[in-house]
Design a protein around this ligand. Structure first.
Ligand code: MG
Length: 368
């Protein structure tokens, strides 16, 4: 029986990882959550992990309410538990530290947190390699590309192609400035957390995924492409130097890339209806005028160093401000651009990441 740890257990990926754990019969040894302590406790009673972690302000009552045999710990301690796989699904910059703790403990990490790769990709790989830790992607597009690359040589790859649904505003309304958070939170195909759903509506999510792919697969940025595919059934493609394509196709169900990320290279069956290969599948180029956030991610990648750190931090602040009604939908890319323009040009280091992240949040919060 596999022993697994889930970081970000109460979020969208975390709860679906627990569904995979249930149908695969994994032993869940650790759960890390933040504020949603009610759900964390429910999970603790159901799965009886050895360790759980939560936000410090909730620690006292969670400690008292835990079942026998489950102890309260820090997220880093949960990440380092003896386990076959750690599913790293704490969103945002907050997910970086526990992901590193798992890698330093030599754990296999099934990586759902994009930011670890976006802000610190080369450093994360250094840590993983130094500790003999394996990394497999969980993000659906990256899982797709990873699957296309099995048995292939990186030098034979001409380009990696990430698909994007295009989000709720792919074609309408023409003017995006009056779009409300409620409208932006209605994603046409995927059901996800708030940050990633808003990022999907601006295509900033695809921008982050371009950077994630660039660092995860260690291929130059100009080999990473994006295509709009509203049906969201082809999750990613690879074009090889001989002109041949490989694609990975599947239903919109995150439990599949989660299970693949844990089980790779095995493919045990899943209790889901098979995808019927019917209907029309469309592919369009992305509209960078309408969705400038995608172009800004490429720009950050070309600048290199800590530019992606600044862009990511600006994105976290801009989405929060939009959800709180403080800025317009079309202000999101403006905040990104403003911060990126002023981003320091310094090489990547852990200190520079922390400093740039703080700096960028402050600049993003400045009133314009
Ligand atoms: Mg994705």
């Amino acid at each position: 029986m596999k022993r697994i740890v889930i970081l970000g257990a109460t979020g969208s990926i975390g709860t679906q990882a627990l569904e995979v754990a249930t149908w695969r019969g994994y032993q869940v040894v650790g759960l890390a959550a933040n504020q949603n302590t009610e759900l964390l406790l429910k999970q603790a009673y159901r799965y009886r992990p050895l360790l759980v972690s939560c936000a410090p302000e909730a620690a006292q009552w969670v400690r008292q309410a835990l079942p026998d045999g489950t102890r309260l710990a820090t997220a880093d301690e949960v990440a380092q538990l003896e386990a076959d796989t750690v599913v790293a699904a704490i969103p945002g910059m907050a997910g970086l530290k526990p992901t590193l703790a798992a890698l330093r403990a030599g754990r296999h990490v099934a990586l759902a947190n994009k930011e670890a790769m976006v802000v610190a990709g080369p450093l994360v790989w250094q840590v993983a390699r130094a500790h003999g830790a394996r990394l497999t992607p969980v993000d659906s597009e990256h899982s797709a590309i990873f699957q296309c690359l099995v048995g292939e040589r990186l030098e034979d790859v001409a380009e990696l192609i990430l698909t994007a649904s295009g989000g709720p505003f792919r074609t309408a309304p023409e003017n995006l400035s009056a779009v409300t958070p409620e409208q932006a939170l209605k994603h046409p195909t995927w059901n996800m957390g708030h940050k990633v759903t808003i990022d999907s509506a601006t295509l900033f999510n695809k921008g982050l995924e371009v950077l994630e792919a660039h660092f995860l697969f260690e291929l130059p940025l100009d080999k990473i492409k994006v295509v709009i595919h509203p049906q969201s059934l082809v999750h990613g493609l690879v074009r090889f130097n001989d002109g041949s394509f490989k694609a990975q196709i599947g239903p919109h169900d995150m439990r599949l890339p989660i299970q693949y990320g844990i089980e790779y290279p095995e493919r045990p069956p899943v209790p889901l209806a098979p995808l019927p290969l019917l209907g029309t599948w469309e592919f369009y180029p992305p509209d960078l005028k309408r969705f400038p956030a995608l172009a800004l991610a490429y720009e950050a990648g070309r600048r290199g160093g800590v530019a992606p750190v600044a862009l990511n931090a600006a994105g976290e602040i801009a989405v929060m401000a939009f959800l709180q009604g403080r800025i317009k939908f079309t202000d999101i890319p403006r905040v990104l651009e403003r911060v990126l323009k002023r981003a320091p040009q310094v090489p990547l280091s852990w200190e520079a990441i922390a400093e740039t992240d703080r700096w960028a949040r402050e600049v993003a919060l400045e009133k314009q």
